[in-house]
Each structure stands twice: as structure tokens, then as C-alpha cells.
Design a protein around this ligand. Structure first.
Ligand SMILES: *Cc1c(COP(=O)(O)O)cnc(C)c1O
Length: 423
């Protein structure tokens, strides 16, 4: 038995499925998960000493790559001051000031510990601020494991939904309405069917958790207008897209100003941070000012705040320019390989990409909603992923997860990728 198989077997005795987050389990793949020993730049090394070019990058937070030396230095310095106070400190203040200075659509924010927590609070805040209960979400958008967001389409009226996870009560599921991405008519119908009841529409403005389903600015603008018209709020869940597609995320790219924005992933640079950001007027509803309760023992953890600030301060126009260039190169390398490798076993594949986010799928075109995703996606991926893994190339270990580039994926790494692909 290999060392990693042995570790995984031990882990399965102690932890459900051997993992602390399901996608790590390689479910459906014919191999056991790699156990990471250490990581640096664009690479990680497993406990058996094999190294991989990492295109998962902790599922997004590591925009500078693993173990950026300057962030490391700032974190070590912060460790020397202790790592949790449960009291006011200047480090979260510094991060909040930096963010509000650099995000034109944000007046106030609050830090939490994860993207899920940010969404949970955003939904409660939207409901508290509007005095309404219903939320519209879109099929194919992931908003963390909040009860009311674990929802799939029901059969019946526009938007009708049921829980997609056991343990979510019907009473919770019934206040979420679910629609297809791009379905304007469905949105209009929901507002007609539920007058004065819809607290908010939540969307990933760049849906990147169930493939990469890029939306039109026109659709996002429509959501902005119809929510404003009906006194509902628009929530942009920018947990993946924030600081990734531009510093100001999709708000900056589209120029659309949502009422509430949620952040996670890059905002902590690989440490556990999330945030809810909005206007003074909406944020004043949160405790201790208002009657929407929210709290956290480890919120604004000083170590995590330093990790976030140190990471975010290094992002500038050049970063995004370089990420786009690396993305173009990556796309070229993979698309060439799909066509030419091994008698063209993957020649029907292509890469769809938005800056430093990418997704590979069979079929020659980019797609924009769940119904367009090829049905054989997972089966094909279960052949492709182990092949690449063997070559020392680590994708996110699930057909529906996107891949991530970081600043560390430079020309040297991309040349190495080419060599590994064709080896
Ligand atoms: C990752 C993600 C979340 C959940 O964040 P966690 O930190 O995993 O709880 C929520 N929304 C979006 C858009 C995400 O990408």
C-alpha cells in the first residue's frame, strides 16, 4: 500500500470520507487523494516526494502562489504579537481602511471567518433590512453551505425549490426561489408571483463553482434594475471573483453596484477570512447598532487580517495584466495538447477562461448555464485527471470545479507545464 493510501485509510477511520471538505476526497476518481507535505510558489510536494504544478491553489485564495515570501515575513512578525485577542486591535482597522479606500462601492464592512459565513450574514442582513423573507438564487451558483442556499429546482411554478441536502427543513427551503442563469422572464415572474416578499437576489456575478458560466453584463444590469424597482436588494457573491478578476472584482469589471457584496478566499490570502460589504445605511442594521444579530469569537483574527492585507497590498494593475497573459498562454498550451496528445483522445476538449480562472470541458464552445453542461463531463474527467496527475499536473479534483492561476505561474512554470503535458 502506498504511503498516501495508508494515510487516507487511517483518515477514513477518524473523519467522514477521510476529509474535512467533500471535494478533497477524489470521489468518483479511480485514485486516492494526494497528501500535501509542503508547497511553494506554483508547486506542491506530496508526502511521497512527488511534485506537482498546482492549478487548484487552495480553490482560489492563493493569488500570489503558495508561501509568498513577503506574506510569510509579515505573518511571522504577526505571530510574535500573539494570534487572537477577542478585543479591538489595529490590524482589522488597517485592512478595513485599505479595502474601503480601494473598493468604490463599499462604505462599511464586517469581517467573518469564511465565505459561507459572509453569505449567511448577507442573507440575514438583506432580510432584516427589507423585512421580507424570500431570496432568489440561480441554479449553478454556489454560495457556501448555508441551509437556505442548498437548494435545487422543484417541479412547478417559476422558482419553486426544494432542499438539495438532507437536514435542510422544508420551511427553510421554501423561502428560496431558484431560477436558471440568464432567465429574465423567470425573474419577472417571481416578482409577480411574490409581490413585496422578495428580500434579495443573490448571484455569483461570475459563476465559477459549477463550471465557469460567464454571464452577460446585460443580465446583471437587468438584475440591478429589477431589484431596485421592487425594493429588493442585489447581493453579489464575489467570494471567488473578488480581487481575482480585478481588485474590485466583477463590480469593477461591470460597473454595477450591488447593495451587498460578499468576499472570502483571496481576502484572507489563504487564511480564514470572509467579509460582508455594503453601504452605511444597510450595514447599520447589524448588531451592535441594529437588530440583525451577527458575531464571531475569532472574527477579524489578527493573524488572518495581516495575511489578507499583506496579500491584497501586492495586487495592482500589473498583477492582473500578468495573470491575463499567463491565462492566454495556458489556454494555448492546453488547447494544443487536447488536439495532439495520444491520437487526440481529448481532441473535443477546450479551455474556457476568464482571466486567471479556467475550466476545461468537452465540446467546442463556452457555455452559460447549467443545462448546457455536457452530460459525460465527470466520466471523461475521471480519465483526464489521473493522467495529468501522473504527469505532475494537479487540477482541482472535480470536473465541475474551475482551475486557478496565481502570480507564481510564470513563464518558467508554463514551460515546465508544456514539458510535463507532452512527456
Ligand atoms: C467558496 C465560495 C463560497 C463559500 O466560501 P467558504 O469559505 O468555502 O465557506 C461562497 N460563495 C462563493 C461564490 C464561493 O466561491
Amino acid at each position: 500500500m502506498s504511503k498516501q493510501t495508508e494515510l487516507f485509510e487511517r483518515s477514513k477511520q477518524l473523519v467522514p470520507g477521510g476529509v474535512h471538505s467533500p471535494v478533497r476526497s477524489f470521489k468518483g476518481l479511480p485514485i486516492t487523494p494526494r497528501f500535501v507535505k509542503e508547497a511553494s510558489g506554483a508547486y506542491f510536494q506530496d508526502v511521497e516526494g512527488k511534485d506537482y504544478i498546482d492549478f487548484c491553489m487552495s480553490f482560489g485564495p492563493l493569488i500570489l502562489g503558495h508561501k509568498n515570501t513577503e506574506v510569510e515575513k509579515d505573518l511571522i512578525e504577526a505571530l510574535g504579537r500573539g494570534w487572537s485577542y477577542g478585543a479591538c486591535e489595529p490590524y482589522s482597522l488597517e485592512l478595513a481602511e485599505f479595502l474601503i479606500e480601494n473598493l468604490s462601492h463599499v462604505e462599511q464592512l464586517r469581517f467573518v471567518n469564511s465565505g459561507t459565513e459572509a453569505v449567511m450574514t448577507a442573507l440575514r442582513l438583506a432580510r432584516g433590512a427589507t423585512g421580507r423573507n424570500k431570496i432568489i438564487k440561480f441554479d449553478g451558483c454556489y454560495h457556501g453551505h448555508v441551509d437556505s442556499m442548498l437548494i435545487k429546482a422543484g417541479s412547478g411554478l417559476a422558482g419553486e425549490a426544494e432542499a438539495s441536502s438532507a437536514g435542510v427543513p422544508e420551511g427553510v427551503a421554501k423561502d428560496t426561489l431558484i431560477l436558471d442563469l440568464g432567465d429574465k422572464e423567470g425573474v419577472i415572474q417571481c416578482f409577480k408571483d411574490h409581490p413585496g416578499e422578495i428580500a434579495a437576489i443573490i448571484i455569483e456575478p461570475l459563476p465559477a463553482n459549477n463550471g465557469l458560466l460567464v454571464q452577460t453584463i446585460e443580465f446583471l444590469t437587468f438584475l440591478r434594475e429589477i431589484t431596485a424597482e421592487h425594493g429588493s436588494l442585489l447581493i453579489f457573491d464575489e467570494v471567488i471573483s473578488g480581487f481575482r478578476v480585478a481588485f474590485g472584482g466583477m463590480c469593477e469589471v461591470t460597473g454595477i453596484v450591488p447593495d451587498i457584496t460578499t468576499y472570502g478566499k483571496i481576502i484572507g490570502g489563504g487564511l480564514p477570512v470572509g467579509a460582508i460589504a455594503s453601504t452605511n445605511d444597510i450595514m447599520k442594521n447589524l448588531a451592535p447598532l441594529g437588530n440583525v444579530y451577527q458575531a464571531g469569537t475569532l472574527s477579524a483574527n489578527p493573524l488572518a487580517m495581516v495575511g489578507g492585507l499583506s496579500t491584497l497590498k501586492k495586487l495592482n494593475e500589473e498583477t492582473y495584466h500578468n495573470l491575463e497573459k499567463a491565462g492566454q498562454k495556458l489556454e494555448e498550451i492546453f488547447n494544443e495538447w487536447f488536439v495532439g496528445y495520444n491520437d487526440g483522445e481529448f481532441k473535443d476538449y477546450h479551455m474556457t477562461r476568464y482571466g486567471s480562472l479556467f475550466w476545461i470541458l468537452p465540446g467546442g464552445k463556452d457555455i452559460h448555464r447549467v443545462g448546457e453542461i455536457p452530460l459525460n463531463l465527470a466520466g471523461r474527467f475521471n480519465k483526464l485527471f489521473p493522467l495529468l496527475l501522473e504527469k505532475g499536473i494537479y487540477l482541482s479534483p472535480n470536473a465541475y470545479e474551475v482551475g486557478f492561476l496565481s502570480q507564481a505561474h510564470n513563464d518558467f512554470v508554463l514551460e515546465d507545464l508544456k514539458k510535463r503535458l507532452w512527456s
